[in-house]
Ligand binder design. Structure first.
Ligand code: CS2
Length: 516
């Protein structure tokens, strides 16, 4: 987000708005007169904070904060959110100038606007750590939820806490002044135990399979190194439900700010946009109260795993496939890449022949329909979702989205050709970034740049080099001849097509997903 002076805006609502009026509590009353814009219906001033959310980025503001807003609109409750930013201060700095209000633009055939008031404050770690710990230890805080991305779970390839992770190492040296999400959770829980306050529920909302279980493992590994009794108390008293979250949320761009501000008739410096589809499935594993999320569409179930696999393996796996193969082909957005018939056929075939069937879907889900709807969602022209945004952190994402499907297919003697093409596209994406000097946004960027073979190796050597990275691949895949052969063939085909002036779409057509 760039710093912006207020733009001159013409309000579609005529009188009542000046061109530089800023979104704020005061302005809300005037927006209320506009039928088209939904505003908070609860008394925001009197609403207490009941949730601390670590990672109040765009996805949180488009998803959990909106469910909480709708639950408060419908059923009230002290469920205001305190956002905690672990690194950047921009969310606090920008949203504090508009009383932490922001607009959600729901982009479908028409765009709907809703002003969200659920976030009541944002605190920044480092600058406001004492205030964060006060919130975490307050009896009024019932839930701590998180969207911190895959890498911030600080787990190693075996699923236990990575003690060498710089943030974890720093927190273990100085646990009363944490920097990491896990360090904050444990210190907050220690303070609660010390003052006799019951535990909060820890609700992970990242695209990580078994997200609650994984976070619990990291928290317990860390707590044990600090205080065995505390670890025992956490183990017996803190619920870590697993959850599945879904709603496509492209990054806010400068033109989003202009168009939303113009539509609502007040300057909003950080609106959020997302598609109309939204889903949240939470494991029925809870301690204490929660907002009336159920009343506004959240599904509580004992089978989150089925939903999670469906989402990660279909939507996210296809997204990553498009991100790497589509970027190599020169496309910029999911919409553009999916609109190309050969790309669309490839991802549809991948879903049909290699992904559906790799897991048991939940009973409630019609999986064929679900997967077709995903392609329709990708074809929403109102959603300009950049492939570059999805391509970030590939080393983490493929471990949730592609590798488990390959493993399950190998075990069941099912095909992996399309999955290997998807993975080879990621390899090639990284190799091309290294040779062209483009920045790689990935926690393993340094590892890649220290592997000369990725710059000039032939396909077989490149494949072997990637598979040798312990933080991503375990030995099962490294030594599997079918995996080695299919990855090498895919990478070779991608390169030969590029050399021969053919397109990436030709490579996808030459090596399509196998028939089931
Ligand atoms: C995307 C996800 O950026 C990405 O990796 O695949 O953010 C995706 O848009 C969401 O999971 C949709 O719910």
């Amino acid at each position: 987000m760039s710093d912006k002076a207020y733009r001159a805006l013409s309000s579609p609502f005529g009188t009542g708005f000046t061109t530089t009026m800023k979104l704020s509590t005061t302005v809300l009353a005037q927006l209320q007169q506009q039928q088209a814009i939904a505003i908070p219906r609860y008394d925001r001033g009197k609403t207490g904070i009941g949730i601390v959310h670590i990672g109040p980025g765009a996805f949180h503001r488009a998803h959990q904060a909106v469910y909480t807003e709708n639950a408060m609109n419908q059923s009230g409750g002290d469920w205001g959110i305190c956002g905690v930013s672990l690194r950047s201060s921009s969310a606090r700095d920008i949203l504090s100038t508009q009383d932490f209000l922001y607009t959600l633009a729901i982009r479908d055939k028409t765009t709907r606007y809703q002003i969200i008031g659920a976030i009541k404050e944002i605190l920044v770690a480092g600058e406001q750590s004492d205030a964060i710990l006060s919130r975490l230890s307050a009896a009024t805080t019932k839930i701590v939820s998180l969207t911190i991305t895959e890498k911030a779970y600080c787990l190693n390839a075996l699923g236990s806490l990575d003690l060498e992770h710089p943030d974890i190492a720093a927190d273990l040296d100085n646990p009363r002044h944490p920097q990491s999400a896990i360090g904050f959770l444990v210190e907050g829980l220690r303070l609660r135990l010390a003052s006799g306050v019951t535990a909060f529920t820890v609700l992970s909302c990242d695209n990580v399979s078994g997200n609650g279980d994984k976070l619990r493992r990291g928290v317990l590994d860390y707590a044990r190194l600090i205080d065995e009794d505390l670890a025992g108390w956490i183990s017996g008293n803190v619920a870590f439900p697993n959850s599945m979250v879904d709603s496509i949320t492209p990054k806010t761009e400068d033109d989003t700010i202009t168009s939303v501000s113009s539509a609502i008739g007040a300057q909003d410096d950080w609106p959020i946009q997302r598609e109309a589809f939204t889903q949240w499935v939470i494991e029925e594993n809870w301690s204490g109260e929660r907002p009336d999320w159920q009343g506004v569409g959240v599904i509580f179930t004992n089978d989150v795993e089925g939903f999670e696999k469906a989402k990660l393996r279909l939507l996210n796996c296809l997204h990553s496939t498009l991100a790497y193969a589509g970027s190599l082909a020169g496309f910029e957005t999911v919409y553009e890449a999916t609109s190309d018939t050969r790309f669309r056929q490839f991802i549809s075939g991948l879903a049909q022949n290699e992904i559906i069937g790799s897991f048991v879907p939940p009973r409630e889900l019609d999986i064929g329909k679900y997967s077709q709807e995903i392609i329709t969602r990708f074809l929403n022209p109102e959603i300009q979702h950049r492939l570059a945004q999805i391509a970030w952190d590939g080393s983490q994402k493929i471990q949730m989205r592609i590798l488990p499907v390959i493993r399950d297919n190998l075990a069941a003697d099912r095909p992996i050709r399309g999955l290997c093409m998807a993975l080879a596209s990621w390899f090639e994406f990284i190799c091309r970034a290294l040779t062209s000097g483009h920045e790689i946004n990935d926690p393993l960027a340094n590892t890649f740049s220290q592997m000369p073979a990725l710059r000039d190796g032939d396909p077989a050597v490149v494949v072997e080099s990637f598979l040798s990275i312990d933080a991503i691949f375990a030995s099962d895949l490294r030594h599997n001849t079918l995996v080695l052969q299919q990855l090498t063939q895919s990478l070779r085909t991608l390169r030969e097509c590029a050399k021969g002036g053919q397109s990436v779409a030709d490579a996808l057509t030459m090596l399509p997903p196998a028939s089931a």
